[in-house]
Design a protein around this ligand. Structure first.
Ligand code: ADP
Length: 690
């Protein structure tokens, strides 16, 4: 390819001469008639050499050369000055401006051509070298891009495979292994995944390691000592603060070090594990891209582990529910058998008074047991759904304790336990609901009695702690609780011994209720046990409060009606369960009343119109016209509006009590009703009535 040669002279004929001389070199000759014109051309083209007349009118050759040199693009372009005067000083000046050569005019064509040829050749060589260099750079650039693309592809396919592997199983242990295994050998030479231990104490780790034969070896339950020191401390710290961390946050103190990359596994805002990737020296430290890949692996691993955990929880809840149902059936059946037997006995003829009394007592006891079970169940469901409201007021701890001890005495005495009570004589108060607190203590003491073999020891202690809380503890010498169950006994339906032939009953809800109630009192409950056979201790901590003027204890209602009152009381029973209605009718008849009975809502309204009852005992769940509606109609009718309306329902929720009140009921009783209390409420009609 020809190069450009710039010829600068103010005389056109001279330009013509140079052109003729240089023609045979086969290059592009570009002419300029002045320094300014030369500068313009220099801006436009690259020249292999510039032939410059020194002596020009406006801008002389030296000045033009200086300006050419000043332009970056032409700094190194060779310049040959042509001058008519061989003046030593001017020659020096020319060199100072960067002349490459001087030629005296008239120029010898061969010499000029020879010189120019050299520069043209040099320019060509230069251009070639430049082109080659550019090619090299482009090549290197392309290779880097290709490598980056290949790496990105590899990472993508690694992450795609990881996604597929992790999506394959919902088994927690298998997923744990997968997360570790995926890290090796792609990202590291060994990978560790640590998760909290099943018993909730400490953590366990699995490891995947590459051996000398490049196989990945897998290890479960890696001992703490087998982990690099730095790693086990890091895991401790991550777990210690796991609830405080937000996703993506890494504690700066455990920042990964060059050959070890530590990632918290986080799902739903919680740290659920730790992934550590470790490299042996030859591979060198992790690059930023590799750190990104590891982070993505960690986040996918965390989601997979979290899913597996949720799935396990669901299955576990299902299993527990099934176990609970069979436990419930078993517990309900237990009292039913003696009741049926007693009924058969009562049916037999010629029964003596003692057998009659025994059967009657037996039925009474078993019905109480059934009531207790149902109450427990309802309580648990209402408490866990947050449906109960506490009546909080300063409560004297001694009163609560007294009620609890009274309620649990039969259980303790039946098992002949030695019971040690240590309650300070100075009065202590907590802000609480006395009935619920007594329920909590009764539950704990009854458990201590149940889970301690006969003639054991139970210690009950109350004290005021320095931090202002009231501490109540129930300790026993009983069967104890295995370490891994300590955290779980408070969960719903959890029982250490789930065999149906276990000697002591219960539905596994008592402690759930205990914990919930204590928490509702802003307290907490703790359990300790040195293990199986070593006894247990349950401790409740409640905030202390200052007493206020003592409230008089509510006086239980007494059945104070007399026979004459009963006889004059017009009583209506409404219940669609005929057995329920008839048996209540019989009981009331035996108590001197003459009740009338209606078995549905419409019949009740019609009967009430003629009977004009003083008291109506009204079931709520009636077909057609429900109890609330019946109550509203009775209240709306002038003949019945003054009656005392008592709701008797199977639904104990506060909500039902409120509805009953709105419908115009005066009282609300939950089935099965304690008969004495019902009698008391009926006889009260006389006192408060018309
Ligand atoms: P339940 O007693 O009806 O089974 P709880 O919720 O009261 O249900 O208790 C749950 C489980 O905790 C019990 O089944 C028992 O295994 C264990 N537990 C409770 N209290 C004690 C105790 N004092 N000693 C040993 N185990 C206990």
């Amino acid at each position: 390819m020809p190069t450009n040669i710039l010829v600068v002279d103010d005389l056109p004929q001279k330009l013509l001469v140079y052109r003729a001389m240089l023609e045979e070199l086969g290059q592009n000759i570009i002419e300029a008639r002045s320094g300014e014109e030369a500068l313009k051309q220099v801006l436009r083209y690259d020249f292999s050499v510039i032939l410059l007349d020194v002596n020009m009118p406006a801008l002389d050759g030296f000045e033009t050369a200086r300006l050419i040199r000043n332009r970056k693009r032409s700094t190194h372009t060779p310049i040959i000055f042509i001058t008519a005067f061989a003046d030593e000083v001017r020659t020096m000046e020319g060199y100072a401006h960067g002349a490459v050569d001087f030629m005296m005019a008239p120029v010898v064509p061969e010499i000029l051509r020879a010189k120019i040829r050299v520069f043209v050749e040099l320019f060509r060589l230069n251009r070639q070298v430049m082109r080659q260099a550019e090619e090299q750079i482009a090549l290197a650039d392309e290779r880097t891009k290709r490598l980056a693309a290949e790496e990105a592809n590899r990472n993508l396919s690694f992450l795609a495979t990881s996604g597929a592997v992790l999506g394959k199983s919902l088994d927690f242990a298998a997923t744990l292994q997968d997360v570790a295994r995926l890290g090796v050998p792609y990202l590291a030479d060994s990978a560790y995944v640590a998760v909290p231990a099943i018993d909730g104490i400490g953590w366990t780790a699995v490891a995947a390691r590459k051996n000398d034969a490049d196989q990945v070896m897998f290890e479960k339950d890696v001992a703490r000592q087998a982990l690099p020191e730095h790693l086990s401390t890091a895991i401790d710290r991550i777990f210690a603060q796991r609830d405080l961390k937000r996703p993506g946050e890494v504690d700066p103190a455990i920042e990964s070090t060059g050959l070890m990359l530590i990632q918290a596994l986080q799902a739903r805002g919680q740290t659920i594990g730790v992934l550590a990737l470790k490299r042996d020296t030859p591979r060198g430290p992790f690059t930023p891209t590799e750190e990104d890949v590891a982070e993505t692996l960690a986040s996918r691993g965390a989601v997979a582990l979290d899913n597996a955990q949720l799935y396990w929880n669901l299955r576990e809840a299902d299993r527990q529910r099934n176990e609970f149902l069979s436990m419930l059936a078993h517990e309900l059946r237990n009292p039913l058998a003696p009741i049926r037997n007693s009924v058969e006995i009562l049916r037999s003829e010629g029964l003596n008074a003692a057998d009659l009394a025994r059967s009657r007592d037996m039925i009474g006891r078993q019905v109480d047991q059934l009531i207790r079970l149902v109450d427990d169940l309802l309580d648990a469901s209402r408490i866990t759904q947050g449906k109960i409201r506490l009546k909080l007021q300063p409560v004297d701890v001694a009163v609560v304790v007294e009620h609890a001890l009274e309620a649990s005495r039969p259980e303790i005495e039946a098992r002949r336990h030695r019971f040690h009570v240590d309650v300070p004589s100075a009065p202590l108060h907590v802000m609480g609901d006395a009935t619920r607190l007594a329920q909590v203590l009764t539950n704990l003491i009854n458990n201590a009695a149940k889970y301690t073999p006969t003639e054991g020891e139970i210690w009950f202690r109350v004290r005021a702690a320095d931090d202002g809380s009231i501490v109540m503890s129930v300790r026993d010498s009983g069967i104890g609780i295995p370490q891994e169950m300590l955290n779980r006994v408070f969960d719903l339906f959890i029982q250490v011994d789930r065999t149906l032939d276990r000697s002591v009953g219960g539905l596994g809800i008592g402690l759930t209720v205990v914990r919930r109630l204590v928490e509702m009192h802003n307290g907490r409950v703790e359990v300790r046990s040195a293990g199986i056979g070593k006894g247990s201790e349950f401790t409740i901590l409640l905030p202390k409060c200052e007493p206020v003027a003592a409230n008089p204890a509510p006086v239980p209602e007494q059945a104070n009606g007399t026979k004459t009152e009963s006889a004059s009381c017009r009583l209506l029973i409404v219940d669609d369960n005929r057995d329920s209605a008839d048996s209540l009718g019989l009981l009331l008849t035996l108590s001197g009343y003459s009740p009338q009975i209606a078995y549905d809502g419409h019949a009740a309204v019609a009967l009430a119109k003629t009977l004009r009852p003083d008291v109506v005992l009204l079931d709520i769940g009636l077909p057609g016209l429900n109890g609330y509606e019946v109550a509203r109609r009775l209240r709306a009718d002038v003949d019945t509006k003054a009656a005392c309306l008592i709701a008797i329902t199977g639904y104990g929720q506060d909500e039902n009590g409120r509805l009953a009140q709105q419908a115009g009921f005066d009282r609300h009783f939950v089935k099965p009703v304690v008969f004495d209390e019902l009698l008391a409420a009926i006889s009260k009609w006389k006192l408060a009535g018309p």
